[in-house]
Design a protein around this ligand. Structure first.
Ligand SMILES: [Zn+2]
Length: 52
């Protein structure tokens, strides 16, 4: 599972598809979750959670 910002959504989806070979599940984080969650690929606030 990866947390990612708007910019890194495509990257996170690619990695999840590579790892799981399944269609990824993309969930938009709630506003308060975003405040405490950082993108796994940069230091921006995460907006989405991507899992396989
Ligand atoms: Zn990012």
């Amino acid at each position: 599972m990866y947390n990612c910002c708007e910019e890194h959504v495509d990257l996170a989806i690619d990695i999840v598809v590579d790892e799981t070979e399944l269609a990824p599940v993309m969930v938009k984080l709630e506003a308060e979750e975003r405040l405490s969650t950082t993108c796994d690929f940069c230091n921006e606030q995460a907006i989405y959670k991507i899992s396989g």
